[in-house]
Design a protein around this ligand. Structure first.
Ligand code: IPM
Ligand code: MN
Length: 355
């Protein structure tokens, strides 16, 4: 019997449903070629549902989602909903409650794709950011007093436990070893100012590296300098490990160097549980329903998901098909400027896999 995987699909808001449709099309092509089955179940979490029902996420959702082999998400964010409600109530809540403690964000320039970095090509831009995904200022630790008065004080704490740091570092070291590229792991921090938190990260990094990963070269960069080198010398990087907030910021920079939000994929990973794959770009409400948004980021997410499920050959064939399409077909990745519609891009990739 063919192997089957149960996938929870959250198409979400805006252009989410359109790009998820193309990802599913491509995944089906890969599944039939490599002889496995994907069973989908859709969930309507997102802005529309919230506006209709007043509920952001049913309390049963995390437990329900834990039963799946993986989750594929389109986009969360709605122009009629105040910023923060859906992001915190759906995206961050799922990351936390499913304990997806790694946010894996490859920065890879595909052939044919334009980068704003002068004189840089696919041979220079190919690294991975391992962003810690459960700690930092994202935990909600802090508060506000004397609100609305001239004495108002607002505090938002950068929180890290040794356990959170260690499990993230372990994933990053293992990932670097498995990637077999330059065997170099760079810690991105701010040891010169954030002396408590990054002292913890730095000690943990070198202790673990020395004791368990002597084959991996350890480097350290301050976060501000990391941004500089990501632009000037991206070829220096192999794997970067960093905190939640810094990872959020530097991966938007990384995304634009690889062609923008239409191409950047990511995975919220719980190595021991259920993971959730989502394009980095948002819901792009302006383009909703127009069949012009680039679905390659969502399709790349599909490839990451297959890899995570253990279907490495299928994942590779999806990535190869994406690279074929960027090298030969879709040049300009701006929404509405690809020369192909959203569904045509999906067709191009799916056809390449089938033939
Ligand atoms: C991301 C997003 C989210 C984050 C927002 C929408 C909460 O920017 O996935 O990078 O900050 O993690
Ligand atoms: Mn972000």
């Amino acid at each position: 019997m063919n192997k089957a995987y149960n996938i929870a699909v959250i198409p979400g808001d805006g252009t989410g449903p359109e790009v998820v449709r193309e990802a599913k099309k491509v995944l089906s092509a890969a599944a039939s070629k490599f002889g496995f089955k994907l069973n989908y179940e859709e969930f309507d979490f997102g802005g529309e549902r919230y506006l209709r029902t007043g509920e952001v996420l049913p309390d049963s959702a995390p437990e329900q989602l834990k039963k799946f082999d993986s989750i594929l998400l389109g986009a969360i964010g709605h122009p009629d909903v105040k910023p923060g409600i859906l992001e915190k109530g759906i995206l961050l809540r799922l990351r936390f409650e499913l304990d997806q403690y790694i946010n894996l964000r490859p920065v890879k320039l595909y052939p044919g794709v334009a980068t704003p970095l002068k004189d840089k090509g696919p041979e220079h831009i190919d690294y991975v950011v391992v962003r810690e995904n459960t700690g930092d200022v994202y935990t909600g630790s802090g508060g506000v007093t004397m609100k609305g008065t001239p004495h108002e004080i607002a505090v938002q704490n950068m929180v890290y436990s040794r356990m959170q740091v260690d499990r993230c570092l372990r994933y990053a070291f293992e990932y670097t070893r498995k990637r077999k590229k330059k065997n170099t792991l760079a810690l991105c921090g701010k040891t010169n100012v954030l002396t408590y938190v990054f002292d913890l990260w730095e000690r943990a990094f070198h202790e673990m590296g020395k004791a368990e990963y002597p084959d991996i070269v350890r480097e350290y960069y301050h976060v501000d300098a990391t941004c500089m080198w990501m632009v000037k010398n991206p070829e220096w990087f192999d794997v970067i490990v960093t905190t939640n907030m810094f990872g959020d910021i530097i991966t938007d920079l990384g995304a634009i160097t690889q062609g923008g939000m239409g191409i950047a994929a990511g995975g919220n990973i719980n190595p021991e549980g259920v993971s959730m794959f989502e394009p980095i770009g948002g819901s792009a409400p302006k383009y909703t329903g127009r069949n012009v948004i680039n679905p390659l980021a969502a399709i790349s997410c599909g490839a990451m998901m297959l890899d995570h499920l253990g279907e490495e050959r299928a994942a590779q064939s999806v990535e190869n098909a994406i690279m074929y399409v960027t090298a030969n077909k879709v040049k300009d990745l701006g929404a509405g400027k690809m020369g192909y519609s959203t569904s045509e891009v999906g067709d191009l990739v799916a056809d390449k896999i089938a033939n």
